[in-house]
Design a protein around this ligand. Structure first.
Ligand code: NAP
Length: 253
């Protein structure tokens, strides 16, 4: 019987963007639930090594989501180390600040290459192994911007919307293989202890107008990931973690 305090005991998880604030919170949550972890990083090799040390027995894995051979190699490295793959969490992301009229084709393409094409690479390479094993779970960290538009971040929301659409397509195509695919859509996420309100007063004002008037803590996104990792009858869903922001019009001042 599953130990309710360690629902991922015996499971192996691959996580992208593992050293970002949200990624590190997810890594700690999954490790605490008993998972063995492959910690995907892009450039932050030192951060990934330090997090692997902290968690004990985790494997840092370099990856470039935009590049399919790199993703295939990263998934292969995780499987070579742990022998299986039960959970894949695509947390890495990028943005290119700018209104659409100022945004270059290169910036539009870069955001889509890493976030949308990257999710396609990440999920399909993971799903091949999961299909052979008889099942698994995939979670995409998208964003509330996939559902509501935020002026001035022109490519980010559209690219995250495409992640949600791709996730639903995967959920339907891969359900026969026992693979579930879901997404988490966070609103603004900030470490409450980091002093971010002083550095970002405009954002602080905005979150104060949310129905739950604060930013999410990274661990609250991690809680949603753990739920979707273990919710055996949930697939093709977008779990919004935004303090109620997408339920109301009355946020912008
Ligand atoms: N923070 C928020 O308020 C918020 C709100 C909603 C949604 N989100 C989403 O939540 C996720 C995490 O956000 P965050 O703020 O914690 O992250 P972040 O600080 O912006 O870090 C981005 C992460 O993506 C990785 N990355 C970038 N390009 C990559 C590539 N080509 N291949 C592989 N990895 C790559 C980076 O890895 P390296 O550093 O190793 O290069 C880094 O770990 C993102 O998808 C973001 O869009 C964030």
């Amino acid at each position: 019987m599953t130990d309710p305090t360690r629902p991922l005991a015996g499971k192996v998880a691959l996580l992208s963007g593992a050293t970002s604030p949200i990624g590190a919170a997810i890594a700690r949550r999954l490790a605490g639930a008993g998972a063995r972890l492959a910690l995907g990083y892009g450039r932050d090799a030192a951060g990934a090594a330090a997090l692997a040390d902290e968690l004990g027995g985790a494997l840092p894995v370099q990856m470039d989501l935009a590049d399919r051979p790199s993703m295939a190699a990263a998934v292969a490295a995780a499987i070579a180390e742990f022998g299986r793959l039960d959970l894949a969490v695509n947390n890495a992301g990028v943005s290119a600040p700018g209104h659409l009229l100022d945004l270059s084709t290169e910036d539009w393409d870069r955001v889509f290459a890493i976030q949308t094409r990257g999710f396609f690479h990440f999920a399909t390479e993971a799903a091949r192994q999961m299909k052979d094993q008889g099942g698994g779970a995939i979670v995409a960290i998208a964003g509330a911007s996939a559902l509501r538009c935020y002026p001035g971040n022109g490519a980010y929301g559209p690219s995250k919307s495409a992640v949600l659409a791709a996730g639903r397509q995967m959920a339907v195509e891969w359900a026969p293989f026992g693979i579930r695919v879901n997404a988490v859509c966070p609103g603004p996420v900030r470490d409450p202890e980091s002093g971010w309100r002083e550095r970002e007063p405009a954002l602080a004002e905005e979150v104060d107008r949310l129905p739950l008037p604060r930013a999410a803590a990274p661990r609250e996104v991690a809680d949603a990931v753990l739920y979707l990792a273990t919710a055996e009858y949930v697939t093709g869903q977008d779990l919004v973690v935004d303090g109620g922001g997408t339920t109301t019009w009355y946020i912008q001042g």
